[in-house]
Design a protein around this ligand. Sequence first.
Ligand SMILES: [Zn+2]
Length: 272
Amino acid sequence: MSQRTVIRVLWTGGFDSSNRMVQLSRRQVCIQPYYLSGNRRSKQRELNSIAAVARDIQEHPDTVCTILPLITVRLEDIGPDREITAAHRRLRRATEIGSQYDCLARFAKTVAGLELCLEKAESSKALNCILKYGALKLEHEVLNDPYCVIDKDRSSQDLIRVFGAFRFPVIDKTKLELVEGFRQLGFEQTMHKTWFCFTPVNGEPCGACNPCRSAIEEGMRFRFTDAALKRYGNWTRTWLANKTVRGLLSRLQLLEVADFLWKQWARRRRPS
Ligand SMILES: [Zn+2]
């Protein structure tokens, strides 16, 4: 076992990183999963999903990988890096990428070959940022298991600082291709145990937070209740969802505040 390749995966319990874990289950590798622990409301659900998906993988008769114990890292324990934080701020101002990429990048600097499971989605601000300020290239360190990395010869310094330390194993797959991947490998039920919502309502995905909206827009309406889909519809009708308004708020550096206020309001609102 000591000869096995170790694959390091940032595992959120979400759809994309859980798909990667399932993909790797058929390979003779050791998987070292990492979980970054903040104070999100969804934290316990994410950890429950990780445990449930890990159990399904370990119990599957075709599994040949070894999953090492999850390493949980507290966000406050990730060391500072002024250059990464400044680069992230500039990219965020221009492309609205998530605030989490600052600490993710600082963490990735300390873990060689860390995998970040971004999918191919038109709505992915991170992917759009990568394509705007740089390019990806394919690598094959593990036989038959290609992944993408940032092409440093064709990318800006800011992009390299924020995304340059990651491997991207599923960035060429759409959400629906990932759904098909779960099915083909015999993990259809496992797919329903993943968790992606930041602000659940009555234990169900809310339909209005960023990951929920992305999941709906990428074809996963089947994961949502009618109430969540209605909430999504309400969101798209609000002025905050208007691209022009969001662009203006972003330029004024008020987008995060506006999103935060909206989320506070949405939390207090009970589902219909
Ligand atoms: Zn949500």
